[in-house]
Design a binder for this molecule. Structure first.
Ligand SMILES: Cc1cc2nc3c(=O)[nH]c(=O)nc-3n(C[C@H](O)[C@H](O)[C@H](O)COP(=O)(O)OP(=O)(O)OC[C@H]3O[C@@H](n4cnc5c(N)ncnc54)[C@H](O)[C@@H]3O)c2cc1C
Length: 557
């Protein structure tokens, strides 16, 4: 029970908003005459993580500037401090006498996971009540994946946690006297300048992006998300706001539901074929984005349930596949966007410049690194984590492993970089924008510049091997070899039995039509298993027709 006179402390991490904020709402509700203050720490161990980029700090700063003002309007002071979390909390406890600490559960990196455990231990020993509340559909201490979808739906449909005005006076003078480091910029944090042409941070920006998507851009979501040309405007672009908690998952879900119902109602009243077609396009798009909101938590849940997948293969039978074959030259060429495969290079250069790539292109660059270049997913994943403004550990590492064939439960999806280039960027517009060496190359060769005759190379001002690299590897031969190596591991009896365990622990439980998903072990490992049991007739998990989270299903890799 909190001391009624003492202030309540809210520890902000990746929840930089005031709208639908369970931790702030709970703190105000529990303050009982005490004031509420919020703290944010600049933690050296977090700032030093190899996943961090100056763009993350800059985006975070924009969120914090807006948040400080919004909290002030609610009567809550934001205090920032620089230092290790336990030391900072202990200092604040001594200064204010707070007895109740409220925060959101975080599914983070190994560093923040260890930090949260230390904070929990400190709170226990100091006699502080430490309340950690969920803010997404990720369930802590989940016993089994069965029933998870229903829990997710309940959370998304629950009432929003809006934060009331804080009127408590207890400890107010003490809180007013607290020293704060202020909102620090990258330079003050010792970071290089943020050079990315990225999305702006902040809760207002998050809502603007959501409103714009649901009222205008979202119509083109279905069909527009795969090509790097249409994706930047067709996709929702909500991911960085979710990663920093500038908007809650529930807010997005409920807004998309309201829009879906509106479209549904308009369809009933509309008879004109053009209008109906437009509304049907909206329907498809909203269904697509709602599925992905569900996947967001589905993938995060994997890391929550098994933090080791940030570092180790989900299928331990895959250990040793790539670990010993480190090729720094290949890694460096891939990172620099100089592999000789134009779309891969364009994607890598564009993500370094903007902090964002659409799903299919993320999958392509990882597939190329893991299968064609046979690089381990950990260094490539770290590089991408640094450059994705929306880096979300649970989604990121699960996807890295899935696109590298080390989960044991997903079909191998090996993307052909030339086929993808021809399909997704037929005119080579995206390629030329990001790989200016190819600007003068005729359309007939822009996807395979190494096939250009010498005289065409001369006229195009792009000599292969001098102005633009020849292919680093022969993709087809490299993939044949990769498949052979993976098959040995994946088809070994120990791997098959281990994969069953992975499927039980992490596998999704339903398919695109809303039926229970085919046993992922069966799908991956063959047909020699007994037939699956039919799902129970009244399975509550079948209420919502989510697509399978195996990835982008628009067309073949
Ligand atoms: C190798 C790889 C790494 C990835 N790393 C990240 C990451 O660090 N952070 C991240 O948010 N997403 C990651 N994704 C998933 C996906 O590519 C991005 O969520 C999406 O491109 C973000 O753009 P958007 O917000 O416009 O997405 P939209 O397509 O508009 O989707 C809306 C939201 O749904 C969620 N979502 C969409 N696709 C997926 C997916 N395949 N899996 C899980 N959730 C999804 C995201 O929260 C997204 O913001 C990764 C995908 C791959 C293949």
């Amino acid at each position: 029970m909190a001391d009624t006179a003492a202030p309540v402390c809210v520890w902000l991490k990746r929840d930089l908003r005031v709208g639908d904020h369970p931790a702030l709402a709970e703190a105000v509700a529990r303050s009982r005459g005490g004031s509420v203050f919020a703290v944010f720490f600049y933690e050296p161990e977090v700032l030093d993580q190899p996943e961090r980029d100056a763009s993350h700090a800059a985006f975070e700063r924009e969120c914090l500037v807006e948040l400080e003002a919004a909290l002030g309007r609610l009567g809550i002071r934001l205090i920032t401090r620089r230092g290790e979390a336990v030391a900072m909390l202990e200092q604040l406890r001594r200064e204010t006498g707070f007895r109740l600490l409220v925060a959101h559960e975080e599914t983070g990196t190994g560093v923040t996971y260890a930090r949260d455990r230390r904070v929990r231990r400190w709170a226990r020993e100091a006699g502080i009540e430490f309340l950690e509340l969920p803010q997404t559909g990720v369930v802590r201490r989940l016993g089994s994946r069965n029933g998870w979808n229903r829990l997710w739906e309940e959370r998304m449909e629950a009432k929003r946690a809006d934060v009331p005005q804080c009127t408590g006076r207890g400890g107010l003078a003490t809180v007013a006297r607290l020293a704060t480091a202020g909102i620090l910029d990258g330079r003050a944090l010792g970071l290089p300048d943020d050079t990315k042409d990225r999305q702006p941070g902040g809760e207002r920006a998050a809502h603007d992006v959501l409103d714009d998507f649901l009222s205008r851009r979202g119509r083109h979501y279905s069909g527009g998300i795969s090509s790097p040309l249409s994706a930047p405007s067709s996709c929702s672009r909500l991911s960085p706001y979710l990663a920093f908690g500038a908007i809650s998952m529930r807010t997005i879900w409920q807004a998309s539901e309201a829009r879906r119902r509106e479209v549904q109602a308009s369809l009933v009243e509309t008879s004109g074929p053009r209008d109906r077609a437009a509304l049907q396009a909206w329907q498809r798009s909203l269904k697509g984005v709602q599925s992905r909101l569900h996947w967001h938590c589905h993938f995060m849940q994997k890391l929550e349930d098994e933090p080791a997948i940030e570092f180790h293969n989900m299928l331990r039978a895959a250990d040793g596949l790539r670990e010993t074959e480190v090729c720094p030259e290949r890694l460096a060429a891939w990172q620099a966007g100089r592999t000789g495969y134009p779309l891969v290079d364009a994607c890598l250069r564009s993500v370094v410049a903007t902090g964002w790539l659409t799903f299919r292109m993320r999958a392509l660059v990882v597939s190329f690194a893991s299968y064609s270049l046979w690089l381990h997913w950990r260094p490539t994943g770290l590089f991408l984590a640094r450059h994705f403004l929306d880096f979300e550990p649970g989604i990121h590492w699960s996807q890295l492993q899935m696109q590298s064939g080390t989960t044991g439960i997903n079909t191998l999806r090996i993307y052909n970089p030339t086929k993808q280039a021809i399909e997704q960027d037929p005119g080579g517009v995206f390629i030329r924008r990001w790989v200016p060496e190819l600007a003068g190359v005729p359309k007939a060769y822009v996807h395979m510049p190494w096939t250009m005759p010498a005289d065409v190379q001369g006229r195009a001002g792009c000599v292969i091997g001098r102005d633009y690299p020849a292919p680093l590897v022969d993709h087809a031969a490299a993939v044949r070899e990769a498949k052979k190596r993976l098959a040995i591991v994946r088809h070994a009896p120990e791997a098959r039995s281990e994969a069953r365990g992975v499927a039980v622990r992490h596998g999704s439980r339903r398919d695109r039509r809303g039926a229970m998903q085919q046993d992922p072990v069966r799908r991956t490992l063959g047909r020699d298993l007994p037939p699956p049991k039919p799902p129970p007739a009244a399975d509550p998990q079948r209420r919502f027709p989510f697509a399978t989270p195996d990835g982008d299903v628009e067309s073949s890799p």
